[in-house]
Design a protein around this ligand. Sequence first.
Ligand code: PA5
Length: 466
Amino acid sequence: MIGLNIQNVSKEKIGATHGVEIDALFGEYRGQIADIVTRLYAEKDTEGGWKKWLNLGYDETLAKEILAYAKTVESHYEDLVILGIGGSSLGGYALLKALLHPYWNNLSREKRGGFPRFHFIENVDADQINGLLDILEPKTTLVNVITKSGTTAETMSAFMILKEWLEKSLTQAELKKRLVLTTDKKKGLLRQIANEGGYTTFEVPDDVGGRFSIFSAVGLLPAALCGVDIGELQRGIKELDAVLKNSELKDNPAAQNAVLQIYYYKQQKPISVFMPYSYRLAAASDWYVQLWAESLGKKKDLDGKVVHEGPTPVRAVGVTDQHSQVQLFNEGPNDKIFTFIEVTQPDQDVTIPQQFNHIEDLQYLNGQPISRLMGAEFESTRASITSNQRPNVTLTLKKVDAFYFAQLLYFLEVQTAIAGALLNIDPFDQPGVELAKVYTHALMGKKGYEHLVDEARGVKTPATVQ
Ligand code: PA5
């Protein structure tokens, strides 16, 4: 199972100014965590509570439906295009980047086992869209449109472009086979379009928000279509869930990390750095940043009081960022808590060959596995952060496979939910993105938004700041 090492927040490791007495700190939070975890799991089936993501790892029916559909399209397509944004895109992308070959799209069809290449459109950028269409062939492309609300402008506009592009070369019957829509069961324009057109659909379940939806069809369908073992994802979640539902803080690592993150946030360390030492986990950093930022950055608390809470997540990747951000991490303001991700058994290794034998200063590399260098760099960077008295924790994954990767993401979801409760905010809403959305509607000429055009253009001061 995924492991958590929190020793480097202790006074012994980072000194009395920045370190804590772990047992004493956990003693203070013990009762609060027991309430939070008990309530979280008690409400996992509650209508309107947005906690049903806690059930996704157990949904065998969903996994079967997805696998059955994946079977029907297997080997039919060269390319899978996924249209979505935010929580409807980042999780699927993180999954595929972590679990497939790092250069999957460059592999031959044979080496991909007949599974398609994958492409995400998560921006309204003509360069990205046209660039992708330049390399695709409508007859061998499957498009998965993902939007829970079914109304998101970015996703719907990309869908409209892709649909027209497909229609130019395909009959309506062929088009039907090339579209698979993931959206709400009843609500939204995409659901209406699916009903009218008779397209294949998968549901984003009720009470599962975008950034907590990775283990619904939102993430599982693209994963299964590219050959990822989704049963292993669910198996990983189930194993971990048995531990995370524990209301005793000393036995619940996700609760422990939530406590440390929020404790340090309140102790003038508002920045949370997430730094996996793995190329394949780089996209998981992006997923984490959205999860943490959109869940915890809130103006009001649960009592309606204006609080402007929220730790700022920072994405980093080891070892690359050692030559970028680590200077700041070590010597800049001591305003961060670090989460390192360590992988103990890399799938691949490569030995640095005997080269340049006449250069004494390169001999220490000769004949060494590259994973040893990665491990040494991880340990030394962590040691330097610790020596500089910066609190840090390490999550350890045995391997980057479906089982452990699912555990990493699920751990972070539960940690985020608990952190939200510790901050007394709602981690499952996102009112702060609404204003920009309605301004966009106004600027794009959507009916009913005319009165907001001047505000959106900045020529009229909004009522909120007058
Ligand atoms: O986490 C969230 O809720 C958001 O990031 C949404 O996923 C994002 O706004 C996309 O929404 P939708 O799936 O409705 O298109």
